[in-house]
Write a protein that binds this ligand. Sequence first.
Ligand code: PGA
Length: 249
Amino acid sequence: MRQKIVAGNWKMNKDVHESMELLRAIQSAPIPEAVRVMIAPPTLFLDRMAEATQGHPLQVVSQNMNAAASGAFTGEISAEMLKSISIQATLLGHSERRAYYNETNESLTKKVKTAQENGIEIIFCFGEELADRKSNKHFEVVAEQLETGLFSTEALDWKNIILAYEPVWAIGTGETASPQQAQEMHAFIRSQIQKRFGGAIAEATSILYGGSVKPSNAVELFSQADVDGGLIGGASLQAEDFLAIVNAI
Ligand code: PGA
């Protein structure tokens, strides 16, 4: 059975004290066994958060990673660096990275390859913009993001891949995809995996929904057959809201 996952993406929010306080508040609550819970704090705090969560089911993941092994890439972090502080997973291709830091389907394949070679688990993010949906191109755009950004990598190790469908028009806007819209797209995504890699892999892959998930809409979203959890931005910055979403699975 595929995993149920709730991942919090803190983005560029909270200083070290606030981050540790939020971490402690999340850690103090029991995590249901059926749910895998992840948090992606600012890079600067990954090390101390990894230490603080040793032996705890909460998993700390990176928000990004460079494709290169090492070298002259000012401000960047490598797979080796992440592994050296026990970080075993990273988000890749978040829409904010695509929009503000020129990440493309093509450049993402390099990151995917590096992560796979290093045994780093990926939460691969993708999703259409509002204009794509309005012009009824959302399936086409998503298929292309998957095909070029992910599927084109040779010999994918699907054990280390989680997908996160995040329609850009729903991120941080308060506007959520309806449970029906989410289910329709998730079923399409699973069918794309099935076509390329077979039914067993399609069935075993967790597909998260992201975009204005809140305690008030999480239960309905997560009850859709092909929605296996969520990637949470704004609502992951409050322990109470985040935990309510974790418990909505
Ligand atoms: P949001 O962000 O929950 O604030 O919409 C989701 C995300 O960017 O992953």
